[in-house]
Design a protein around this ligand. Structure first.
Ligand code: ZN
Length: 211
């Protein structure tokens, strides 16, 4: 009896649209079928390849249901969304080399500490199991600059305040993983230090892209 009673007291809730009820995967933190369907049909995030990168692929435009899901994942810490969002990203991947290293873009100090978890690393970890031939190397890239994106003007963001270093030389293909692509300046800054460390080709995947 314990489970049904708990189910009545705390009905499973979709982390994206907040609908309650019983659905496949309810209680696991997965989106409801309606949100899954909307996400599967949401538009891709197209745009130019940021300087210093060889290719880029964003699963979604940063709008509508995808934006809602990303915000729930990132700001409301619905960490169970990492798996479904990563598999939608994996299904839409274009440009991925046959093998390579997955590196999560380090979060900014303030945002990262505030949220207490690292959405880019969570997605990279999921991708490792979804994409053959790719391994996730945690903590290889480090943020050394202040790197606050939110609340700063576009010019300030483009001025290169994001600074990174890489802890060891890394030959071969690299795939940077981030939650959202905004100006691309962060990805370009990461790519620059990776080139100095002999990595390449360098691509990037993000869940969403602002267009
Ligand atoms: Zn839903």
């Amino acid at each position: 009896m314990a489970v049904p009673v708990l189910g009545l007291l705390f009905p499973p809730i979709c982390p994206v649209c907040r609908a309650t009820g019983s659905f496949d995967g309810a209680g696991s933190g997965a989106p409801c079928p309606e949100c899954q369907r909307s996400l599967a049909g949401a538009p891709l995030g197209f745009g130019p390849v940021p300087p210093g990168l060889d290719w880029v692929c964003s699963a979604f435009r940063h709008e509508g249901i995808a934006r809602k899901a990303l915000n729930a994942f990132k700001f409301e810490r619905r960490t169970a969304l990492a798996a479904p969002l990563a598999s939608l990203l994996a299904a839409r991947l274009r440009g991925l080399p046959p093998s390579g290293n997955l590196l999560a873009v380090p979060q900014s100090g303030v945002g990262g500490r505030f949220r207490g978890f690292d959405p880019a690393a969570a997605v990279a970890m999921e991708l490792e199991s979804l994409v053959d031939g790719h391994r996730f190397l945690p903590d290889l890239l480090r943020r050394t600059g202040p790197g606050r994106q939110r609340g700063r003007g576009r010019r300030a963001r483009l001025d290169g305040a994001d600074r990174f270093d890489v802890r060891e030389r890394l030959h071969g293909p690299v795939v940077l993983v981030d939650d959202v692509l905004t100006t691309g300046a962060t990805l370009s800054a990461c790519a620059a230090v990776l080139r100095e460390a002999d990595a390449g080709p360098i691509g990037a995947v993000t869940l969403t892209r602002r267009v």
